[in-house]
Design a protein around this ligand. Structure first.
Ligand SMILES: Cc1ncc(COP(=O)(O)O)c(C=O)c1O
Length: 471
């Protein structure tokens, strides 16, 4: 068995498990840890290094997931043989990457996918502990469907959180929990379906939501944007009585709707006897300036439906989002038998999240993640500015987990994506966000940064520079 002795730095920003993982990985790659040798057991290494078992376990899990070690039943973890001929294809690619050899069509090494979130700072140990606690405390509840609106305890936590963080005024019985914003908007479309004149939404706007409205048979009115968000005059002209909007961070452009415009929008709702659907999907990630109150908090007429999700700040795979209905719509929801729809999120996950929130972990996690993402965004933007300067325009840097990049090199969206791919970088098209994709901005791509490390963001920007400007 190998002896591992290393100095872990508790002061550095890097979590201990990541330091341990990098140390072992490096020694595997440079051959100091030979193939087929066994890693120390979790127990012995944790006591040897004076760190928790959980820390060692997380480092080992990562090595296992990336194929640096393999598990042998009843024996332990063994170093993989990384000689090229002995490797499966996926490892050949990563080994080639480590050797920096650039092939014609290399595997994607830097995926700037919007929707991915940071894995390194997720509090796995806490989540595991609370999951166990939830299982033990509520065993009998596993055998029933649970409250169709969502567990009362979680709804109450969400109500408190929304009040303190976004000024949202609501009681827990106005909240409906569901497996994602799309699911909840599907339910909402049913509730508002018989309102004539269709539904207005920002153009460009979130295609995931546009598709839901289309599938529900709603007539969509695309409303263009101004520099500060939705064009209110055009909204009036559309004759719609319902608008779906992302005011905290317009999707995809990222502008934050100023207070004055929020008031105009609320006035529009009063004038039209209308409803505003406010999607506050990543409101936690505002990096500069004071947060602007949500529309729901400014609305004195009960005309706003407020939506939020745990996909951005916590885990997309949890599939937990929520919708706050005005009182009259809660009544409609009841009368139209929507409570016959069973809850879509497991009781077990809801309860774990409730414990996470009630024990203060959620607030702490938001604070931590805001710092993490601010740093990632800062790295991305400053690297782009440093490398590409006036050859590009960065859009949407006020908030969020992505930016848009307008590239002034004569390439269209398709070419920008294809050339980036050749350098091992994946960036994403913006044209699906337009109601008429042909009207989309021509030389623009979307760059999400949530899931990439600072190093990968930096490397990724270098690669994009090579791809688009040939240097
Ligand atoms: C504008 C917007 N709303 C909502 C969501 C998704 O939320 P959920 O994962 O809860 O469906 C996204 C995800 O990308 C989004 O961009």
């Amino acid at each position: 068995m190998i002896d591992l002795t290393l100095l872990l730095n508790r002061e550095s920003g890097d979590p201990l498990y990541a330091q341990l993982y990098h140390y072992i990985k490096k020694d595997i790659l440079n051959g100091k840890l030979p193939a087929d040798s066994r890693l120390p057991s979790i127990r012995s290494l944790s006591s040897h290094l004076h760190i928790s078992r959980n820390t060692v376990d997380m480092a080992y899990q990562q090595l296992l997931a990336e194929g640096y070690v393999q598990s042998r039943p009843r024996s332990g973890l063994y170093i993989m043989d990384l000689k090229l001929e002995a490797l499966p294809l996926s490892h050949v690619v990563s080994k080639n990457w480590l050797e920096n050899s650039i092939q014609d069509s290399p595997e994607i090494r830097y995926n700037f996918r919007y929707g991915d979130v940071d894995a390194e700072h997720f509090p796995f140990a806490t989540w595991r502990k609370l999951s166990n606690q939830s299982l033990l405390q509520n065993q009998m509840k596993l055998f029933s469907y649970g409250d169709p609106l969502g567990e009362p305890g979680l709804r109450s936590e969400i109500a408190n959180y929304l009040h303190s963080s976004r000024g949202v005024n609501c009681s827990p019985d106005q909240i409906i929990i569901g497996a994602g914003v799309q699911y909840l908007l599907g339910v909402l479309s049913g509730l508002i379906g018989n309102v004539s004149h269709g539904i207005a939404m920002e153009d460009p706007g979130y295609d995931g939501v546009r598709t839901v409205f289309q599938h529900k048979g709603l007539n969509i009115h695309p409303i263009p944007l101004e520099a500060d968000g939705l064009h209110i005059h055009k909204l009036y002209k559309s004759n719609s009585r319902i608008v779906y909007i992302t005011p905290s961070h317009q999707f995809p452009y990222g502008m934050v709707m100023p207070l004055a415009k929020r008031m105009q929008l609320l006035k529009w709702a009063t004038d039209q006897n209308g409803i505003i659907i406010e999607d506050d999907y990543d409101s936690e990630f505002r990096y500069v300036g004071k947060p602007i109150p949500s529309l729901q908090s400014l609305d004195t007429q009960q005309r706003t439906v407020y939506l939020g999700t745990f996909s951005k700040c916590l885990l997309p795979s949890l599939r937990i989002a929520y919708m706050v209905l005005p009182h009259a719509m809660v009544e409609l929801h009841r009368k139209q038998d929507y409570r016959l729809y069973d809850q879509t999120v497991s009781h077990f996950q809801q309860n774990t999240l409730e414990l996470f929130m009630s024990n203060g972990h959620w607030e702490a996690h938001i604070r931590k993640m805001r710092k993490v993402y601010r740093q990632k965004q800062f790295t991305l933007i400053s690297m782009i500015q440093k490398m590409m300067g006036a050859q590009v325009t960065i859009i949407g840097e006020d908030a969020g987990l992505h930016i848009l990049l307008r590239v002034h090199n004569g390439m269209d969206e398709h070419k920008l994506i294809a050339t980036a791919e050749k350098e091992g970088v994946q960036v994403y098209p913006v044209s699906p966000f337009w109601a008429q994709p042909a009207q989309a901005e021509q030389s623009m791509v979307q760059i999400g940064f949530g899931g990439l490390s600072i190093e990968d963001i930096t490397e990724g920007v270098y690669a994009l520079h090579r791809a688009w400007f040939g240097v």
